[in-house]
Design a binder for this molecule. Structure first.
Ligand SMILES: Cc1ncc(COP(=O)(O)O)c(C=O)c1O
Length: 388
């Protein structure tokens, strides 16, 4: 299989990740922070290392402010539901994933919060000035995706964050599409909350992610329970990360994530992202030369997530993805990618898009195979149209 669906989850996983998960299951197999015997201590060390690595990845000063979650969605829910109260106003982009949009709509219904969506161009281009202009006196939070999972467009969070802080509002970033392939700096960018999945660009297994919780963000808990300490108290501890990490964590998953982070931190997100973008831009350029193929999102050199969204002539995105898989062994994602508003602005709400997304392990031959497959499919469609 040629895997070009890395925006959904990265595949394959590095052998070091698989080995770390296996070792944690086979040799550690104890609850971290809940025993003084060696495997329990080792489990605690695994968590501490991964937390420190994540803090380094995000340029966060204090690793205890990195909270493990199940995935990016869990972190975003904790941030939004933990923060927002009756009457709060929130500013979002038009590119948000349902991981942000749906919890917000639930809070509109249940807590009467209000949401303003900042408009953007057809390629997702969002003017930072428009985001800042949408901030009102009752705004509590600006919540933005760092890069669109549909179009690949990056939002200028480094410019927006300081302006949000200046106005004494909080800033949440959904870094699902950039963590691991774009340098992130929560301190410089004045980010208060930032969610990452462990299973996409960080190369870890599914079922693990993290939320950075800055000093200004005081969140209510989503889940309460045992934390391995202060057990005499009926109240959830105030201290981080325990406050938001009730129950036994996914130690094998976190061990795998840590092994993924070893690779990412060694090579550096900037270099990994550069490599992926070279492949994505090459794919974009060559697909654009094929008759009838329509490309979406910013042009070569302008996108930030290595995502190439297209429509093939004469067929739905689902049909194209099906043919790519069955006839060519190429895995891509079709449909709306859980971000319907991004499709509305692109004009593809009815058709969906075929999304090629490049990742850590992709090589030029994968791009060549995708171009060849799309050329053949487009040529066959054209021949069918012309008839005998
Ligand atoms: C921009 C964006 N936000 C959030 C998510 C949700 O991530 P997870 O599946 O880890 O919850 C995704 C996943 O596709 C995404 O692309």
């Amino acid at each position: 299989m040629i895997y070009l669906d890395n925006a959904a989850t990265s595949c394959p996983k590095p052998s070091t990740v698989i080995a770390a998960v296996t070792r944690a299951l086979a040799e550690v197999c104890a609850s971290p922070g809940r025993g003084a015997y060696e495997p329990a201590l080792e489990a605690g060390r695994i968590l501490l290392k991964a937390r420190r690595q994540l803090a380094r990845l995000l340029s966060a000063r204090d690793p205890s402010r990195v909270v493990f979650t199940l995935n990016a969605t869990h972190g975003l829910n904790l941030a939004l539901k933990g923060l927002l109260a009756e009457g709060d106003h929130v500013v979002v982009s038009s590119l948000e994933h349902n991981a942000v949009w749906r919890p917000l709509q639930s809070l509109v219904a249940k807590r009467g919060i209000r949401v303003s969506r900042v408009p953007c161009g057809q390629d997702g281009e969002t003017d930072p000035a428009d985001v800042i202009a949408a901030i009102r006196a009752d705004t509590r939070l600006v919540a933005l995706t760092h890069a669109s999972n549909v179009l690949g467009t990056r939002l200028a969070v480094e410019e927006i964050g300081p302006a949000v802080r200046e106005r004494e509002k909080l800033f949440l970033v959904d870094a699902a599409q950039t963590a691991g392939s774009y340098p992130i700096d929560v301190e410089d960018w004045a980010v208060d909350l930032l969610a990452v999945p462990g299973h996409k660009g960080l190369l870890g297994p599914q079922g693990v992610g993290a939320l950075y919780v800055g000093e200004r963000a005081r969140l209510e808990t989503l889940v309460e329970g045992g934390t391995g300490g202060n057990s005499e108290s009926a109240e959830q501890p105030q201290s981080l990360p325990d406050r938001y990490e009730a129950g036994t964590p996914n130690t094998p998953g976190i061990a795998g994530l840590s092994a993924g982070l070893d690779l990412i931190l060694q090579e550096g997100p900037a270099e990994i992202g550069r490599r992926e973008m070279v492949l994505a831009d090459g794919l974009r350029r060559r697909l654009a030369e094929i008759d009838g193929v329509r490309l979406y999102g910013p042009g070569p050199g302008l996108g930030a997530a290595p995502v190439v969204p297209v429509l093939l002539p004469g067929m739905s995105s689902a049909e194209a993805a099906f043919i790519l898989d069955r006839a060519y062994g190429i895995a891509v994602r079709s449909g709306l990618h859980c971000a319907p508003e991004a499709h509305r602005v692109a004009g593809t709400l009815n058709s969906g898009l075929v999304r090629f997304s490049l990742g850590y392990f992709n090589v030029q031959a994968d791009v060549d195979a995708a171009v060849e497959a799309v050329s053949e499919i487009a040529a066959k469609t054209a021949a069918r149209r012309e008839g005998p």
